[in-house]
Write a protein that binds this ligand. Sequence first.
Ligand code: UD1
Length: 421
Amino acid sequence: MDKLIITGGARLDGEIRISGAKNAALPILAATLLADGPVTVGNLPHLHDITTMIELFGRMGIEPVIDEKLAVEIDPRTIKTLVAPYELVKTMRASILVLGPMVARFGKAEVALPGGCAIGSRPVDLHIRGLEAMGAKIEVEGGYIKAEAPEGGLRGAHFFFDTVSVTGTENIMMAAALAKGRSVLQNAAREPEVVDLANFINAMGGKVQGAGTDTITIDGVERLDSAHYRVMPDRIETGTYLVAAAVTGGRVKVKDTDPTILEAVLEKLKEAGADLTTGEDWIELDMHGKRPKAVNLRTAPYPAFPTDMQAQFISLNAIAEGTGAVIETIFENRFMHVYEMHRMGAQIQVEGNTAIVTGVPALKGAPVMATDLRASASLVLSALVAEGDTLIDRIYHIDRGYECIEEKLQMLGAKIRRVPG
Ligand code: UD1
């Protein structure tokens, strides 16, 4: 298992390019199943989760063609099996995203239940209920969700999400794109990735309106056509590199991104004392050598502060001046990074869903273990400001969500290397 060794203390300074968004690329790849011809998706990040999705397509008999820039051409007409097997689903929950498209387009699907995961129970009841509202017959049997469309295909429906769910909204929106008649999704997720998926469905000839608000209206169409689409930039990767520069008192210019999709994060960075300048597709952060100030924050669905940036801001608070409270409202048990950061000398107390973080002037390098994707990003950030070496184990979690993390950090002047294990 590969490990990362980081020698802390270098002040980051430089420019990097932001990759395509993992959380937009995954639903968009799933939505290619809806098309009645070949579809090309570009700006895909080079990540393990993307490879898993492509492998899943391979298992279903679709052979994606990948060009050197990692644009993928998928022809869903070659599908042979309508099954997403457990071996793949267990490694990536987002595999559930093929459920809606498969039932809508092929009338049938069997997708393994994702099961528990490190950051909480994460049920999929809303995905199931949304499809049932459209007339699908669903049984959960032998660890698989077995879904079948009614005679004549799925029917448009009104569906209210009692919890805001990102992939839940995406799954039902994709299914509704080919259902008969109109669907209205209420209390829908407003995340920018939901908007990117809606734009992709519309690029194939779909009729989706209102994505980005809490009510999405979808008029089902008979068929969706071939399209070329470019995935939006990754707002969580963007935020992570901004925090990386901020914790080191440094400067970074992130390019090929979009400052309008992470306003809550930029606000908190300003509060922490960062000098921020933005252009149409770039953001520059400069701490002018200063130590950040601790911030209070509360995670909530978009446009509020994203849960996927919570761990990184705990790292920021851990070395900041003052004390900050971080409240996690989306996932239970999403503070596992805290216990690893204690090993590096961080002063953090967890009470229920709140972490009270009192900044210390410097953390201390230690061997630590990555537990989930964003938790591992926070360990990298902590290591950048720790005295001495930090050895991070189980970095396959990082590779699921950060493209070339060590190369990008090296370009900014960090002392980081990967040791194969
Ligand atoms: C997506 C993101 C993930 C991010 C999360 C919250 C992708 C591939 N992943 O995950 O990075 O951390 O949004 O912004 O886009 N819930 C239910 N029933 C359901 C579905 C969800 O109760 O059927 C609950 C969950 O337990 C959780 C909350 O809803 O408490 C939000 O989860 P959800 O938005 O569905 O997260 P994901 O879509 O899995």
